[in-house]
Design a protein around this ligand. Structure first.
Ligand SMILES: [Ca+2]
Length: 169
């Protein structure tokens, strides 16, 4: 598939030392080139999410999985931002539903507050991706279930603990 070939080229360029794996620092640098500037903690979380072999870095296959997730998130963002370049909280809520995350109000507002970097109720693509990475990570801890079930109490407590520990908030 042509798409895979393009991804492969991109990956090989980022893997500047030809180890077959990219580090959080390399991925962060590459995303900045694409105009997506994330705190290193978010990039580390991206890697952890798809680090299937748990070696702390990202192989090409793991990268393909991450890329698929990022493309989905970006599509949903573009559908809802209506050329303003940001989402408001209601739209963030809809966007999360489209991606398959259902949060109850306390959990949703906790997450929103944490990722509303400028405290203006506007979520740019970077804020929204960071938020999704956070929620997706929560899901991998089985705290957020797909759509029909959310253990909101546990999730809310987890969010507060993560947010307190997360240097990007
Ligand atoms: Ca890995």
């Amino acid at each position: 598939m042509e798409n895979t070939a393009i991804l492969r080229q991109w990956f090989d360029r980022v893997d500047s030392e030809k180890t077959g794996n990219i580090t959080a620092a390399q991925l962060k640098g590459a995303l900045v080139v694409g105009n997506l500037e994330f705190p290193i903690t978010v990039v580390q979380q991206m890697i952890r999410m798809y680090d299937f072999d748990r070696n702390g870095t990202m192989s090409f296959e793991e990268f393909v999985a991450l890329n698929k997730f990022l493309i989905k998130v970006q599509h949903v963002f573009s559908d809802l931002e209506r050329d303003r370049g940001y989402l408001v909280p209601d739209e963030v809520y809809q966007a999360l539903l489209k991606i398959g995350f259902s949060l109850d109000s306390p959990a949703f507002y906790t997450v929103c507050e944490s990722f509303d970097e400028k405290k203006n109720g506007r979520f740019r693509l970077v804020d929204f991706i960071s938020l999704c990475i956070f929620v997706q990570s929560a899901r991998s801890y089985r705290l957020v279930q797909p759509i029909n079930y959310v253990d909101s109490h546990t999730f809310h407590a987890w969010c507060l603990a993560q947010v307190a520990a997360a240097p990007w908030c």
